[in-house]
Design a protein around this ligand. Structure first.
Ligand code: GLN
Length: 490
């Protein structure tokens, strides 16, 4: 991460980022709003600190982009929707506050699928963001703007949220790193809720090392988010079982069982000195073409470095997509019920009765995909169908969680594609929601199980489209996973 110093002022860094943001906007539609005045003011404050010899923070003057579903007192938080377009937040998200306390400077709010519902950023009320490698293709979603902001080198990092793949998929469509932490690692206080049992805050950046730094700043328990885990990120583990962490189940000694020892120092060749290290590959996914070639190449590379590849049979993963598209809409229908035209932002001004205020405001304010999910959610939760859909999906979810637990007894990390194909064309899937949902088949199982996963770039197709893979770890292995990726996956 390039931070401000006596030689490179924060004001210069912010000005450059704002210029790049403006220049890219017309072609790529990356931002919903820019934060020019406040950003320049903060940059001048950081430069003042540097001049006076005060500590300017670990992210001093680093311009960053904020996905527009994070609350902050700077600007409006629209969640890319009409219903929240006029939304001025009275609070700042915990994660945003932690970044800014270390001197990071938000230069703009990035585009997304409205309320983060989607895989292409085409569901935005403000129109789609375009892919950084080919503007006729989608940026991916829902955090499309954040991925493109990093890919075009406008900012050094951007925030995202990942409920079913919204960080990893756009990261791999644009050739950058994208990390979804273990569920509960970063506070979600001040983030517009989508599906509360899978929502995660995470980051886009240019390396695993940069993401590690961002994690060390933002991870941690927050009294305002009761799902946050007791602090574990970067904790000093003495038993050598950092993959599971001190509070994790079944701690195991390293070495004897062949587990990757994340706390041992790297040897002269940059390897961990203990035992064989095992990387799992899932047999059940049907992978073809460029993505298969990229996966095979990475497997070969890891083998040549001395890693053992373990083939995993995970037959319940094929149910993950169906489970996700029942559980998540159920939670969405509940979370979105608060937007009633009264308590937040937009209200239809022609409404004459209370029912009309609710109905017309919601009808105008939500995008079609939001409405589709509200309807599916209410349907699967309704008394006649609850047992057949919602309850059954939750049972299947438990089986998926157990299947991962078994898999991680056989390997340290799992290597997998993020998506079946590289970025598709704009408009290609907008009329066919199921084909859009199928994009998420390899990303959603990880969210259902609450696992950490890093999407990392692995080159391009012959047409210049980005290719990415993901590395998945057990719960709380976040630090070890990023550490491993920084050393071995470049
Ligand atoms: N594409 C997935 C969906 O539409 C994931 C979205 C997300 O992670 N926010 O639900």
């Amino acid at each position: 991460m390039q931070i401000a110093s006596k030689e490179l002022s924060a004001v210069e860094m912010v000005k450059t980022a704002l210029e790049k943001a403006k220049a890219a906007q017309e072609k790529y539609s990356v931002f919903i709003s820019l934060n020019k005045e406040a950003a320049l003011k903060r940059a001048a404050e950081i430069d003042g600190k540097i001049k006076n010899g005060e500590n300017p923070g670990r992210l001093a003057g680093v311009p960053y982009a904020l996905k527009d579903n994070f609350l902050s007192k700077d600007g409006n938080t629209t969640a890319a929707s009409k219903i929240l377009e006029p939304m001025k937040s009275p609070i700042t998200a915990t994660s945003v506050k932690k970044l800014e306390d270390e001197g990071a400077i938000m230069i703009g709010r990035t585009n997304l699928d409205a309320f983060a519902h989607g895989s292409s950023t085409e569901n935005s009320y403000f129109g789609p963001t375009k892919n950084s490698k080919d503007a006729a293709r989608v940026a991916g979603g829902s955090s499309g703007g954040s991925a493109v902001a990093v890919a075009l080198d406008i900012v050094q990092f951007a925030t995202g949220t990942d409920t079913g793949g919204s960080i990893r998929q756009p990261a791999s469509f644009n050739g950058v790193y994208g990390f979804k932490p273990t569920y509960g690692t970063i506070s979600r206080y001040g983030v517009v809720a989508m599906a509360s049992s899978t929502d995660c805050v995470g980051f886009f950046a240019n390396s695993a090392e940069d993401i590690d730094l961002l994690m060390s700043i933002t991870a941690g328990q927050d009294p305002y988010d009761m799902t946050t885990l007791p602090d574990y990120y970067g904790a000093d583990f003495t038993r050598g079982d950092a993959l599971r962490g001190p509070a994790g189940p079944e701690p195991q000694a390293s070495g004897s069982d062949g587990r990757y020892n994340a706390t041992a120092p790297w040897d002269a060749e940059g390897r961990r000195p203990t035992g064989p290290r095992k990387i799992g590959v899932i047999k059940d996914f049907d992978i073809k073409g460029d993505i298969k070639d990229a996966l095979d190449k990475k497997i070969k590379d890891l083998k040549s470095k001395g890693y053992e590849i373990v083939e995993l049979e995970m037959p319940t993963l094929k149910y993950a997509l169906a489970v996700y598209y029942i559980v998540v809409p159920a939670e969405i229908s509940s979370n979105l019920s608060r937007y009633d035209g009264i308590r937040y932002a937009y209200r239809n001004s022609s409404a004459k009765s209370l029912d009309e205020v609710y109905g017309k405001s919601r009808s105008d304010g939500f995008m079609p995909e939001n409405k589709r999910r509200i309807m599916i959610g209410n349907f699967v939760l309704s008394s006649g169908f609850y047992d057949a859909y919602y309850l059954k999906a939750q049972k299947a979810r438990t089986l998926i969680i157990k299947e991962y637990e078994e898999a991680f007894k056989k390997c340290d990390f799992i290597l997998s594609p993020v998506t079946p194909n590289p970025a598709f064309k704009l408009g290609e899937k907008t009329d066919d929601p199921v084909s859009m949902y199928l994009e998420d088949v390899m990303s959603v199982p990880i969210n259902l199980a609450g696992l950490p996963s890093l999407a990392f770039p692995v080159g391009e197709t012959k047409d210049g489209l980005s290719l990415g893979l993901q590395l998945i770890g057990p719960r709380r292995s976040d630090k070890a996973l990023l550490d491993f990726a920084g050393k071995e996956l470049k």
